[in-house]
Design a protein around this ligand. Structure first.
Ligand SMILES: [Zn+2]
Length: 96
């Protein structure tokens, strides 16, 4: 019985470490590992978000991908700015 507790605890730590390395919440995944054991460790590999360019796992808060150096959030922001600009231009054309 003690061995199971030790294995489960090891799973919780492993899941927490894997997730935090991938930009996920260490504490959240520690609990996930504590609840699901080895399954929690496997799912910890899916923590964090993926870079749309190089497909490597990065921090959810990352603006620039540490692997390929491309900006992630800016692209999204630029897209909406572009949309706003187009709408403005159309309005100006109508007004003018
Ligand atoms: Zn990347």
């Amino acid at each position: 019985m003690e061995l199971i507790i030790i294995i489960w605890f090891a799973c919780a730590i492993t899941a927490g470490v894997i997730a935090s390395n991938r930009g996920g919440s260490g504490l959240f995944w520690f609990l996930e590992g504590a609840i699901f054991g080895p399954l929690g460790v496997l799912t910890a590999f899916t923590a964090g978000k993926k870079c749309p360019y190089c497909r490597s796992r990065i921090s959810p808060k990352a603006i620039v991908c540490p692997k390929c150096g491309r900006e992630i959030e800016k692209k999204k922001y630029d897209k909406w700015r572009e949309v706003g600009k187009t709408i403005r231009e159309k309005r100006e054309k109508k007004a003018g």
